[in-house]
Design a protein around this ligand. Structure first.
Ligand code: SF4
Ligand code: SF4
Length: 427
């Protein structure tokens, strides 16, 4: 059953020391520290994983499926994100990694990189038809998709209306198991091997679809523990590589955009850089590009918080080992795909989490209260109240989950005032 506001990124209260490191890094001001513990405002969180990266006490974590969850199904299919290929220092052949997935318990493997190539072809088709709002913004990174839905609603019309490669790979892998191998649908379990927590959220909150075609999302770091000890000596039993260079390159920043063979593209990575580009797009300051690729993680998916290897080292390794993919590319064919298979079935909608009230008049009144409170705050944005800025504390007060007295500077002046009054009375 669909849950409301499911989030992969969660807090382990026991581990949180209330240091406030995370509140400043959150791009949607979704974290507060109150009574010495952090709290995530679920509606605002986009599962970008920034807080996982910066917490020195490992108090923020991503909820993913344990590897053992594949045992719930008789026929288990792995969907490896191409970022997986860069994690192993002793492997020089992607085919070894794919065979390794079968060794550790999967019955079949469908490369997400292959689905990425199909999405590339569908994107080129749509761009040629000239029916899309320019510039077109990629929908591959679920954290950015959510960011646009909550913070940049005017850009929703620019979003590419196609399934992400993970979802397409799941559909195609399931279809292949049913049609070519005769597996009953209820026996099939499809698992994405993920570099990022936002993919877990899309499994529970699918975007542009009613239900997700994926049954589970397992962290690359968890699969790594099983694969790393066996890959060094593994002799591949079959050729499982089907994806070409263009699909594999989706794992790093610029890969998706370059695959379109268009000059007028912009590729941006890292959440702060993405926000700056989206602000410029909103203000019509970028007019010379047709396609915008935006990844929340620095360097693209190889920099995801659920990976093991440094993102830049992983990219360099993937570039080395994917050179031989050009030979595979000449031997393979992409499956024939109907554009309907790739198009999302539901419109992507605005999520008005920043609204102060549904009633416009009440919202206006709250906005005025908020401004008045903000005026009384010192505008230092020091974070010691547990909110990321004075404006955020003012909003918290209006929403009923903060007090002006949480500001230690205001508290100090109030105490000083009180001391002065008492000493005046004593005189
Ligand atoms: S970074 Fe955030 S979650 Fe981690 S200990 Fe500090 S306040 Fe708690
Ligand atoms: S995952 Fe990202 S959006 Fe969510 S609380 Fe952490 S930093 Fe904020």
């Amino acid at each position: 059953m669909k849950q409301t506001y499911f989030h992969s990124v969660t807090l382990d209260k026991e581990k949180c020391m209330g240091c406030t490191n995370c509140i400043r890094r959150c791009p949607t001001e979704a974290i507060r520290v109150r009574d010495g513990k952090a709290r995530i405002i679920k509606e605002r969180c986009i599962d970008c994983g920034e807080c996982i990266r910066v917490c020195p006490y490992h108090a923020k974590q991503a909820l993913t499926d344990p590897f053992s969850s594949i045992e719930k199904f008789k026929y288990k299919i792995a969907l490896p994100a191409p970022a997986l290929y860069g994690q192993f220092h002793n492997v020089r052949d992607i085919n070894v990694i794919l065979n390794g997935l079968k060794e550790i318990g999967f019955d079949d493997v469908y490369e997400v990189a292959r689905a990425a190539e199909i999405v590339t072809i569908a994107t080129m088709d749509l761009l040629m038809q000239k029916k899309l709002e320019m510039p077109v913004i990629s929908t591959a990174c679920p954290a950015i998709l959510r960011l646009i839905r909550v913070r940049f609603p005017s850009l929703i019309k620019n979003l590419l209306p196609l399934n992400a490669p993970m979802d397409l790979a799941a559909k195609l892998a399931r279809r292949r198991a049913i049609e070519k191998k005769g597996i009953p649908p209820e026996d099939i379990g499809v698992f994405f091997i993920s570099p990022c927590p936002a993919k877990v959220t899309t499994l529970h909150e699918p975007l542009g679809e009613d239900t997700s075609p994926v049954d589970g999302v397992i962290a690359i770091s968890e699969v790594y523990k099983k694969l790393a000890p066996i890959l060094g000596s593994l002799k591949p039993k079959e050729k499982l590589v089907r994806a070409g260079l263009k699909g594999v390159n989706w794992c790093h920043s610029g890969g998706e955009a370059k695959a379109l063979s268009k000059d007028a593209y912009l590729a941006v990575d890292g959440i702060d850089n993405v926000i700056s580009v989206l602000e410029s797009l909103e203000d019509n300051q970028i007019s010379h590009v047709e396609f915008v690729e935006a990844c929340a993680c620095a360097g693209g998916c190889v920099g995801g918080p659920l990976t093991v290897e440094n993102g830049y080292a992983a990219r360099a390794r993937i570039e080395q080992i994917s050179k031989k993919l050009t030979s595979y590319e000449t031997e393979r064919e992409l499956p024939q795909i109907d554009l309907e298979d790739v198009l999302i079935s539901k419109p992507i909608e605005y999520v008005p989490i920043l609204k102060l009230d549904d009633d416009r008049a009440v919202a206006m009144q709250k906005m005025q209260e908020m401004k008045a409170i903000e005026e009384r705050l010192p505008k230092l944005d020091c974070g010691s109240c547990g909110a990321p800025s004075c404006k955020a504390l003012a909003e918290d007060v209006v929403r009923g989950f903060g007090r002006e007295i949480d500001c230690i500077h205001n508290l100090r002046s109030k105490v000083n005032e009180l001391v002065r009054e008492i000493s005046e009375l004593e005189m």
